[in-house]
Design a binder for this molecule. Structure first.
Ligand code: F6P
Length: 341
């Protein structure tokens, strides 16, 4: 079969492991031809391809990023975009597409499947907010990076008797903050799903100082106070309509400094969370997703996404996976709250 593969949206450790698995299984077991599209849906719109043979995937398993490149191009936001995508698929004789992405990239995949294209999606995002899968690869690596940062901040914070505010990624879902904060022993974790009460955060920080230690506050970039005052964004939007966030960490640090009377500093982890080599968990999950995607294509499936359920890789409808985001449930946040203050 002639199978097209692309990586879209924010890059994520493990993307290369999926690509490698698709190529190794597709060529090795089925004699497939794998066509790589450069820079996500942009490559499909423009017919910009790269042949993915065995040599192309040699040595890429531990590499972060994506050898195919990525973009946030949305063909449905481009004049004549869907028609151009269909024309590329027809012209290149692509019999099935394997898009690797999050809600946006797979949202496009869902619509293309509805339009008759054979599509098997692979879930990816460091945010872990894609529905219908227990985990996405990239998340474990991002949490590891954030946890290591928190571990390091504990010692410098305690030495200087300062509050340290760590801003992590997560526009709508607080999974990275929740897991990194729990793993790193944060004193307060603030997530987009639960608007926070500033007085409560101040009280937790003061309590922490009273007990002889310095507070570490982990905040998702999309977290908001209950009064909505600190909602920060540049106003800039991407092709899928998402605003670029940033600044909650600095705003909170200056507020906490003022309200606690103790120095506070903000650390923004930003794209460090997305870069570099994938963790063992992410390499294995990404590899299993890649293998399962090839199986699904050869089983004649379309409009499905491979997903993790417990320890099994299953197939779920793409439409269900992209209908809504997977947010942190209240009971999971309550587990973390036991350690606040
Ligand atoms: O979707 C993944 C993600 O890392 C989000 O957590 C974050 O808000 C966004 O991408 C940042 O996007 P960009 O790399 O375009 O600044």
């Amino acid at each position: 079969m002639r199978i097209g593969i692309l990586t879209g949206g924010g890059d994520c450790p493990g993307l290369n492991a999926v690509i490698r698995a698709v190529v190794r299984k597709g060529i090795g077991e089925h004699g497939d031809e794998i066509v790589g599209f450069r820079d996500g849906w942009r490559g499909v719109l423009d017919g910009d391809t790269v042949p993915m043979d065995l040599a192309a995937v040699r040595g890429i398993l531990p590499r972060g990023g994506t050898v195919l490149g990525t973009s946030r191009t949305n063909p449905y936001a481009v004049e004549g975009g869907p028609q151009r995508v269909l024309a590329t698929i027809e012209r290149l004789g692509i019999e099935a597409l394997i898009p690797i992405g999050g809600e946006d990239t797979l949202g496009v995949a869902t619509r293309l499947a509805e339009a008759g294209v054979t599509v098997v999606g692979v879930p990816k995002t460091i945010d872990n907010d894609l529905d219908s899968t227990d985990y996405t690869f990239g998340f474990d690596t991002a949490v590891g990076v954030a946890m290591e940062a928190i571990d390091r901040l504990h010692t410098t914070g305690d030495s200087h008797h300062r509050t340290l505010v760590v801003e992590v990624m997560g526009r709508h879902a607080g999974w990275i903050a929740l897991h990194a904060g729990m793993a790193g022993g944060a004193n307060v974790i603030l997530i987009p799903e639960k608007p926070f009460d500033v007085d409560g955060v101040v009280a937790h920080c003061l309590h922490r100082f009273e007990s002889g230690y310095s507070p570490i506050v982990v905040v998702s970039e999309g977290a908001k106070p209950t009064d909505g005052d600190m909602m920060l964004s540049t106003g800039e939007k991407d092709a899928f309509g998402h605003v670029r966030l940033g600044g909650i960490g600095a705003a909170l640090a200056s507020l906490l400094e003022e309200r606690t009377g103790r120095e506070a500093r903000a650390v923004v982890l930003g794209h460090i969370q997305r870069g570099g080599t994938p963790s063992p968990f992410d390499r294995v999950l990404a590899t299993r997703f890649g293998l399962a995607a090839v199986d699904a294509v050869h089983d004649g499936q379309s409009g499905v996404m491979v997903a993790l359920k417990g320890t099994d890789i299953v197939r779920v409808p793409l439409s269900a996976a992209t209908a809504q985001l997977k947010l942190v449930p209240a009971e999971r946040y309550a587990e973390a709250e036991v350690f606040f203050g």
